[in-house]
Write a protein that binds this ligand. Structure first.
Ligand SMILES: NC(=O)c1ccc[n+]([C@@H]2O[C@H](COP(=O)([O-])OP(=O)(O)OC[C@H]3O[C@@H](n4cnc5c(N)ncnc54)[C@H](O)[C@@H]3O)[C@@H](O)[C@H]2O)c1
Length: 313
């Protein structure tokens, strides 16, 4: 087996914990780095007995030295409530975290993968969004700390590649959901499920006709691992997401149906800079990674509801 030493920043977070688990299952040694801002030891406690798993409390804004073959850079708060809590810290995490991980990869000649985001497309004028679309992002709004931080990180990745030949990979992640999402982070899937399970009103922002695409976390992790395995000439960016598009009303009704909840839908004003529609074009991922999402929204929601049902008890 091809046993590698792999650093996962943000490894105690939602996606990071699934990635650590997957990499360990493949026989790798995994170093999970996190400052626990939005992540939690609860997400990885089941991995602590594995002698090939190591946990490091560290903040990526500070340099970090360790000998590894691959780096997955996921450290960054991902939901608006968390990334707006300390906007300056969010930008620092994206930009300085990228510089620190790229510097490390450069010294080690390691591969480094950036968890970028569909937010780099902002409120897009092109649907669905291909990687070649440059986006429509407000540089001075309340979401800019995240969107522009991630855009700057992509720029840094490309410049380290062009200037220093660093072995980079950029993955643009669209809305991802699944077990271990933070129930308090205000993301629509977790919000709806938690509200439905508690019998509270389900809050819909705007009229509920805005759409999103939802990717189950296992599909996402599969795409990241495949991306890391591509040869050095393919840097991305590559979109990973589920092209199935659902309105917020459809999602709410599906959650009500699967939970059997009697919660009512209530409507609130849309927050500023909230995009109307976002949907990935995954042609490139299909071609380069031979990947497409496999898990249907209904099936992924069932697993996610099971998780929330357990932690809310
Ligand atoms: N979940 C999604 O839908 C989605 C979509 C697009 C992009 N992403 C990206 O994927 C990555 C993981 O997202 P997630 O949904 O798992 O979010 P998450 O908040 O659960 O995970 C982020 C992790 O990074 C850690 N972290 C934050 N700042 C840090 C710092 N300065 N130093 C060290 N660790 C730090 C947090 O404690 C947490 O464990 C993020 O980079 C996010 O931007 C996620």
């Amino acid at each position: 087996m091809n046993h590698k030493k792999i650093l996962v920043t943000g490894g105690a977070g939602f996606i990071g914990s699934h990635l650590c688990e997957r990499l360990l299952n493949e026989g790798n040694e995994v170093l999970c780095l996190d400052n626990y801002f939005t992540g939690s030891k609860d997400n990885i406690v089941h991995l602590l007995d594995n002698p090939y798993f190591e946990l490091i409390r560290h903040d990526v804004v500070h340099p970090f030295h360790v000998d590894v073959d691959e780096i997955y850079n996921l450290a960054c708060p991902a939901s608006p409530v968390h990334y707006q809590y300390n906007a300056i810290k969010t930008i620092k995490t994206s930009v300085m975290g990228a510089i620190n991980m790229l510097g490390l990869a450069k010294r080690l000649k390691a591969k480094v993968l950036q968890a970028s985001t569909s937010e780099v497309y902002g409120d897009p004028h092109v649907h669905p969004q291909p990687e070649s679309y440059w986006g429509n992002v407000n540089p001075i709004g309340i979401r800019s700390c995240y969107d522009e931080g991630k855009r700057c990180a992509e720029t840094l990745f490309m410049d380290y590649y062009r200037q220093n030949g660093v072995r980079i990979k950029i993955v643009r992640i669209f809305n991802t959901y699944g077990p271990r999402m933070n129930p308090e982070d205000g993301r629509v899937v977790s919000n709806f499920i938690v509200q439905a399970l508690k019998g509270e009103d389900i809050t819909i922002y705007g009229d509920g006709t805005q759409t999103r695409s939802f990717q189950y976390v296992d599909d996402m992790v599969e795409a990241m691992v495949r991306m890391m395995a591509t040869d050095d000439s393919f840097t991305g960016p590559v979109n990973t997401g589920n092209p199935g598009e659902f309105t917020m009303l459809e999602l709410a009704n599906l959650v009500l149906d699967l939970t059997g909840s009697k919660s009512k839908l209530i409507f609130m004003p849309l927050p500023s800079d909230d995009p109307r529609q976002r949907r990935p074009d995954i042609t490139l991922a299909k071609e380069k990674l031979n990947w497409e999402p496999k898990i249907q929204l209904r099936d992924g929601l069932v697993k996610t509801i099971e998780y929330f049902d357990k932690i809310l008890k």
